[in-house]
Design a binder for this molecule. Structure first.
Ligand SMILES: Cc1cc2nc3c(=O)[nH]c(=O)nc-3n(C[C@H](O)[C@H](O)[C@H](O)COP(=O)(O)O)c2cc1C
Length: 438
């Protein structure tokens, strides 16, 4: 094993999503407590993860059947707490792990965002990040008083400006501006604070921030743009990119393209860490893992309609209008939502009925991988995958329960550590330092 790789955790959906599963505990009743978030952060820190990324969007969907019914009955991404409110609990309970809340750019002004994430970075000694999403649903926009949504690529133009403005604000303070010099009676050196006076087409902000410098300067930025325009945005701005790959070859090409794009934009490609999304199944024995895999497949088929509703939410297409047990007809389907999800969905499901397609629609593992077995089996496969992709690490996901966290933290990660594939202690830096450690 030549180079170590990084680990991130994807806290998906509503944190209460596992409420009705075997190890969901009482989270369905105790969802309002921060305990599961805090437990997750502590456990993942024990396994020396680089960061936890908290998924988010800001609406209750009604794309499926033109009704909120299935989303509410099944708790699909609801109840979902504001990740910026949850992040401080997680950071307060830990000392090394990074926390990366998802931010929908349209829901904030860059000044407000820069101040919030900058403050989080200060309060956590440099462990804050933000996962930048441009939003893909009109419903979310309506919650903020907007009538319609910009076209897909135009949303990235706006997001580019948003990031530029936020960076200008973070750059408005030198790191050593707060001198606290008792002898001269000076707290802040005025020569180290500037007015950026940023003026773009969509945003303007005078600055400087009144919250002072952030320990990381610019807090870590995560992104997951998979369209052509999204990749340019990510290559220009992101410190870490999360990718859901259909195949390992796709992941490999994606990484090469991002690295080339970064180079062409004047960035060192090694400053971008690409994390491949996976959902491992870990058993005490191979037989147990195989049983768990079969159970997961059966559950996914039983819940196919709910999963289809999630796809409807992401791509803004009402799949309830198509017969569940007939092959999916792709003609005429298009989206202003998340394009790559629709393209993938159509490509993967040729010849399958909509129900069968729904059952596997949000499967996170790339085709052709197993990622099921003992901790040692999965660890070995992860090493092989990294060797193929040439990549930087994994974004691990699953039903977030204390049981699943234990499988990862006490099973999978020690097996990876035995192979020398991941860190077994933090070097002690901030989130970006940890990402750049190898
Ligand atoms: C691992 C991962 C996490 C994501 N998290 C979110 C999220 O929390 N909220 C959201 O609205 N979109 C999320 N997305 C969607 C991306 O922001 C983006 O819209 C998607 O990758 C499609 O890219 P494109 O718009 O360039 O086609 C995520 C995507 C991936 C792969």
């Amino acid at each position: 094993m030549s180079r170590k790789f990084h680990l991130g955790y994807f806290l998906t959906d509503s944190h209460a999503q596992a409420w009705a599963t075997a190890w969901g505990g009482n989270v369905g009743k105790e969802w309002a407590s921060p305990d599961l978030y805090v437990a997750a952060a502590r456990e993942l820190e024990r396994a020396c993860f680089d960061y936890v990324l908290i998924e988010d969007n800001v609406f209750v969907a009604d794309a499926y059947g033109d009704s909120m019914d299935i989303y509410l009955r099944k708790g699909l991404s609801v109840p979902r707490r504001d990740p910026l409110m949850v992040a401080p609990y997680m950071l307060q309970a830990t000392r090394h792990i990074g926390v990366v809340p998802t931010i929908s750019t349209f829901a904030y002004h860059p000044y407000q965002l820069a101040r919030l994430i900058g403050s989080l970075d200060q309060l956590s000694h440099g462990r804050a990040g933000w996962n930048v999403v441009t939003g893909s649903s009109e419903r979310a926009l309506q919650n903020f008083g907007h009538d319609g949504m910009d076209e897909h690529d135009a949303r990235y133009d706006v997001a580019d400006e948003f990031v530029e403005a936020a960076n200008a604000l973070w750059d408005s303070w030198d790191a050593d501006a707060v001198v606290a010099d008792r002898s001269s009676g000076v707290l802040i050196d005025p020569s180290k604070v500037r007015i950026p006076d940023y003026k773009g087409k969509h945003y303007a902000t005078r600055g400087p921030l009144n919250s002072g410098p952030a320990p990381q300067g610019r807090p870590v930025m995560a992104q997951a743009g998979s369209s052509g325009r999204g990749r340019i945005f990510a290559a220009r701005n992101a410190d870490t990119i999360v990718v859901k790959a259909k195949t390992l070859d796709y992941a490999r090409q994606y990484r090469q393209e991002i690295r080339e794009l970064a180079r062409s934009l004047g960035r060192d490609p090694d400053t971008i860490k690409l994390m491949l999304l996976i959902a491992p199944i870990i058993g005490a024995t191979r037989e147990e893992a195989e049983l768990k895999r079969r159970k997961r497949d059966a559950d996914d088929l039983a819940e196919a309609e709910a999963t289809l509703a999630k796809v409807s939410k992401i791509v803004d297409i009402d799949f309830s209008r198509y017969p569940l047990d007939e092959p999916l007809k792709a003609e005429g389907l298009s989206t202003q939502g998340t394009r790559s999800v629709l393209t993938d969905f159509i490509a993967r499901n040729a010849g399958r009925t909509l129900r069968q397609a729904g059952a596997i629609a949000l499967a996170y593992n790339p085709d052709g991988t197993s990622l099921a077995g003992t901790a040692q089996d999965v660890a070995r496969e992860m090493v092989e995958i990294m060797e193929h992709v040439g990549g930087d690490g994994f974004l691990v996901s699953g039903q977030t329960t204390r049981h699943f966290l234990a499988e990862v933290v006490d099973g999978l990660v020690p097996a990876l550590q035995d192979l020398g594939a991941v860190r077994n202690r933090y070097a002690g830096g901030m989130l970006r330092d940890n990402l750049m450690e190898f």
